[in-house]
Design a protein around this ligand. Structure first.
Ligand code: SOE
Length: 380
């Protein structure tokens, strides 16, 4: 019989839904010692919180996160609010002895991230940051193949994350749904929101980044603020491209924008090694493309691996349907909850922990500093 793990969710937006779905699904598909119980959801607006609770099955509602984190019946606090609130809530939750799961990016900057690490480590509470793309089976498999040395020495890493939803100059900034455009709530634009995903995956698969050289642009300089009603300067980066040197000697390019007309969420990466290459595309997320130079020469070519098989070969897939049937975006969150719960059971924490995620924050900070100063920057 599994033990209940009482979740207190803060924030009812897109990520609140993604995480709630994962908590609801995980025990149906994974055999684990712990079972998430949707104990309380918190949002400032009581009506929204109640509607959310009714839809997803939360037992109770709070409108003040400070109250939620001190409740005795909450074991884990899940932070799904804008980035500027992560720091204060995570530290308070850790001090209250709660496990902390935090939406990405960890924090607004490295300094905040360090304080959050101190808080969770001093309190000795399990902690994790939601970089969900690691848990797409094809991405997890890419990591396994690189770790097994199937690509040999890595020469290149190439990642892009393209969107087009902010091209209209009439789009306001700030407030619910549009806080990502407000630098005071988001910290940065595409760097912290989209490139952070690319960086997390890259660090996980290809190791640490030594230095970066970046450029950013803000195409629409002023937007009406939903908060003040006035036209205000836009403080976020709309687009960012950077070069990077990894500690293993490989060279990388990363690019992200919200101005690539026609692209809604095109996250792709490609890795080129001495013995082979790998390619992945979020729009075809169950496939991993591989070129293996060890193949017999007349049969050599890119193969498209449908990562849906059972028998333990394809990560996570034995938990789902039958071989060949696909899963999707939301399952990456379910896998992350499953790994977190398994970490509680085994004492081997699932990554990225706050400490792991700080590395992504450090790269983001170096990228933004490099773009501002117009020079190569070492990652701290
Ligand atoms: C932005 O549009 C966004 O929702 C990010 O905030 C998510 O982290 C990313 O996975 C999809 O795009």
């Amino acid at each position: 019989m599994s033990k209940p793990l009482n979740i207190g969710l803060i924030g009812c937006g897109f990520m609140g839904r993604a995480h709630s779905n994962a908590y609801n699904q995980v025990s149906h598909f994974f055999d684990l010692a712990y079972r998430p119980v949707l104990k309380a959801v918190c949002a400032r607006n009581a009506e929204s919180a109640q509607a959310f609770a009714a839809r997803w099955g939360y037992e109770t509602v709070e409108t003040d996160w400070k109250k939620l984190i001190t409740r005795k019946d909450i074991d884990a606090v899940d932070i799904c609010v804008p980035n500027n609130l992560h720091h204060e809530i995570a530290i308070a939750a850790a001090k209250a002895g709660k496990m902390v799961l935090c939406e990405k990016p960890l924090s607004m900057n490295t300094a905040q991230g360090r304080e959050m690490i101190t808080a969770v480590e001093e309190a000795k509470v399990p902690n994790m940051v939601w970089y969900n793309y690691r848990r797409v089976p094809a991405v997890t498999m890419a990591k396994h193949l690189v770790d097994e040395g199937k690509l040999g020495r890595i020469f290149h890493y190439r990642a892009v994350f393209l969107q087009d939803w902010t091209i209209s100059a009439d789009l306001p900034q700030g407030g619910t749904a549009l806080w990502r455009l407000d630098a005071s709530a988001a910290g940065s634009g595409v760097t912290g929101d989209l490139l952070a995903h690319c960086i997390d995956t890259a660090l996980w698969i290809n190791g640490g980044i030594d230095s970066v050289s970046a450029m950013t642009e803000t195409f629409i300089k002023e937007r009406k603020s939903n908060l003040t009603g006035k036209v205000e300067k836009v403080g976020i980066d709309d687009a960012c491209a950077f070069l990077a040197r990894f500690n293993n000697g490989s060279l990388a390019t990363f690019e992200s924008t919200r101005y690539a007309r026609g692209h809604k969420a095109l996250y792709t990466f490609e890795i080129n090694g001495e013995k082979g290459s790998l390619k992945w595309d979020l729009h075809d997320l169950h496939r991993l493309q591989m070129f293996d130079h060890n193949d017999e020469s007349r049969l050599r070519g890119w193969k498209s691996i449908h990562v849906t098989d059972h028998g333990g070969e394809h990560p996570y897939m034995d938990k789902w349907w039958v071989p060949g049937l696909q899963i999707g975006y939301e399952h990456s969150f379910t896998h992350q909850v499953a790994d977190f719960l398994q970490g509680l059971e085994t004492g081997k924490p699932a990554g990225p922990t706050f400490r792991d995620a700080l590395e992504t924050q450090q790269v983001c900070d170096a990228v933004l500093a490099s773009a501002q100063e117009g020079r190569w920057m070492k990652v701290q």
